[in-house]
Ligand binder design. Structure first.
Ligand SMILES: *[C@@H]1O[C@H](CO)[C@@H](O)[C@H](O)[C@H]1NC(C)=O
Ligand SMILES: *[C@@H]1O[C@H](CO)[C@@H](O)[C@H](O)[C@H]1NC(C)=O
Length: 270
């Protein structure tokens, strides 16, 4: 496949000059890892994964699905303490972990999804995810979380002094973790240095679009949005769910609706 825009522009050292932000280098393979745990929220994983899959048609990307153990990682959450096991009887599906935290390859990008299973891990004092994040943070170009995955980032210590957001329906639970985290109550997603965090579930798709737009360029990112026929929210400050879920600090004076349309096209909303 022909490399996309950065190839000749980078030869002019524009990329090195930071004109396009942290640009993707088409001569190198981009190593992406996604964390899996029993009780992950399916769309937190599958939404960004769909975009990464599409991207790999034109970009040299490798993917490691990283679990505590190799093999199928169940979608349904194990029972939580003091709660019946049938909270979500139809949660699923299982996704296969190709690697464990012990044998995962070098990573450029790590994405941490959320889901009820994170609470179970926490109740069992199982810190493998925050431990893995902390151990790999220095080698990463970017760390991303979707939904309550931000709680694991906070636990790992990497959010100290950074802006972050999380699922507004789970705000109280997720924001109890970490020290010195600047939790942003009104954000569809946040970007602070090389750490990106998104609000709940579907917000991960909007964040992933914004992220790859920055990394790979507008044209490549827009092509994927239009191929999957998704109309992304492009305003990181649009966050009606902070109002819906009554998050402290939510700004109820902001419009709940937002105009969206196909990426890269002019459109009007009535
Ligand atoms: C992707 O990059 C790897 C490592 O640099 C290389 O071995 C492989 O041939 C590349 N694949 C493609 C399709 O360019
Ligand atoms: C987790 O740690 C807390 C605090 O040390 C302890 O009270 C609790 O019993 C532990 N839970 C499990 C399942 O080990």
């Amino acid at each position: 496949m022909a490399p996309t825009f950065p190839a000749f522009l980078c030869s002019l050292l524009l990329c090195a000059a930071g004109v396009f932000g942290q640009a993707y280098d088409p001569s190198k393979q981009l190593s992406v890892g996604i964390i899996l745990f029993p009780g992950f929220q399916p769309l937190d994983v599958i939404g960004p994964l769909d975009i990464i899959m599409m991207l790999s048609a034109s970009h040299n990307v490798s993917l490691a699905m990283i679990g505590k153990e190799k093999g199928p990682v169940r979608g349904p959450s194990p029972p939580r303490r003091n709660e019946p096991p049938t909270a979500y009887p139809v949660q699923g599906p299982s996704v296969v972990a190709t690697h464990t935290f012990a044998d995962a390859p070098r990573l450029d990008i790590l994405l941490v999804p959320g889901g009820m299973g994170l609470r179970v891990l926490n109740e069992n004092n199982d810190t493998w995810i925050p431990d893995f994040i902390a151990s790999r943070f220095d080698e990463l170009q970017y760390l991303l979380s979707v939904c309550t995955g931000a709680a694991a980032l906070a636990q790992s210590g990497v959010l100290k002094g950074r802006r972050a957001t999380t699922n507004k329906a789970s705000w109280a639970w997720a924001t109890q973790f970490g020290n010195g985290v600047n939790w942003v109550p009104t954000a569809r997603w946040t970007e602070d240095g090389n750490v990106w965090t998104s609000s709940g579930v579907s917000a991960g798709i909007d964040m992933t679009y914004a992220f790859f737009k920055k990394l790979m360029g507008v044209a490549a990112a827009n092509r994927i949005m239009n191929a999957i026929e998704y109309t992304p929210h492009v305003n990181e400050h649009w966050d009606p769910f902070s109002v819906v879920h009554k998050v402290p600090g939510a700004d109820a004076s902001r419009p709940l609706g937002e105009c969206v349309g196909p990426a890269g096209f002019e459109f009007e909303c009535s």
